[in-house]
Write a protein that binds this ligand. Sequence first.
Ligand code: ATP
Ligand code: MG
Length: 420
Amino acid sequence: MLTQAPRGTKDVLPTESYKWQYLEDKMRKAAAGAGYREVRTPVFEHTELFLRGVGDTTDIVQKEMYTFEDKGKRSITLKPEGTAGAVRAFLESNLYADALPCKMYYLAAPVFRYEAPQAGRLREHHQFGMECFGAKDATADAELILLAFHLLSSLGVKNLSVNINSIGCPNCRPVYNSALRTYLKEHLEELCPDCRNRYERNPLRVLDCKQLKCQEVVKEAPKLLDYLDDECREHFAQLQACLNASEIPFQVNPKIVRGLDYYTKTVFELITKTKDGNLTVCGGGRYDHLVEELGGPDLPAVGFGMGIERVLMLLDNEGVEIPRPRLLDVFVTYMGDHRLDAFELVQALRAQGLKADMDHCSRSLKAQFKFANKCASAVTATLGDDEVTQGVVKLRDMDTREEIIAKLSDAAAAVRSMLS
Ligand code: ATP
Ligand code: MG
């Protein structure tokens, strides 16, 4: 128990954290390239925020939240998605008073959902997310879709399909919902128990149920796209015009409705095929009424969330090698009582920007070299009586075994020339 992480959580060990750093670096650069700045919000928020912000008919709120009462008797919930917290921060600091749109991203933010753990499904996962507040044009939706697509493609994710849909707005969706209910009413027996429940509360969600029998029923259901009002239809046309102009492959998929209540107009998912079926790696959409719903001004917004663990899983499946940075440039070994000389040299090399280390376990010289090898250090630097007296150091290229003698004061430059 003591040495076992809670079910559905995963450590990122020192041997693999470079993969996360690599992704984060690419994500940071992609977001910054489109004028987005980083936001960091707390891991927990008042439960009320998610009840209002995510919607109490959603799976997340009904089944998946980690909610508890704190010592001050407040109901607290660990973040089950990133958007509501970002909106809360945006409102609390009056960021809407600045020039709009306000563009922000979060990097590897932890997200908690009480789900049945399986491949690509954890109880704590991490999301890269982007949110754009105050932009109503479809160009904002399109730039997010393109950014996610290009990011994933450039990382090496293959067979990526971009699925877009429009789920209308509070003006046209109720008309559709009632048409859908009328249709579903004839098929209630064939639906799964969850969907029978959704039929009343949130019929749209029946469209993306993963149960085969529900999917059968949905095939003949009325299409939301036929019910869009003029504004929503025009917006969706604009989005497609942008995507066509940028020549990325995409498809209109009426089954994409997304799990969260707050979406309006655009919804999208980036889906890949794996040996176990389809996997959604990124999902997002427009939420034009959430800011107001949470007590702010009437302000449109659009965003997405991307699961980092799923990206890593896909890259792993594809056999994509993430470049592993060298652990050490130089390992300083020493003979006899020259420990302090070695220590000073390590500090000097580090101060020059090199990755340097030495033995901290009183090893023999032979064992120090063995350890340097284990660390895959590119170079070893050795200090013995002769070297210390003459103010020099013996450098060895660990690949070629070539050795040179360098002045102590030139050690960093000499190591650097051996690295290139
Ligand atoms: P799914 O349909 O797979 O449950 P979702 O619609 O619940 O996904 P979102 O709320 O849109 O997912 O979250 C955005 C992204 O976060 C997903 O596309 C996915 O990459 C990732 N994600 C969601 N839930 C999990 C989880 N339990 N474990 C790992 N990654 C997840
Ligand atoms: Mg889910």
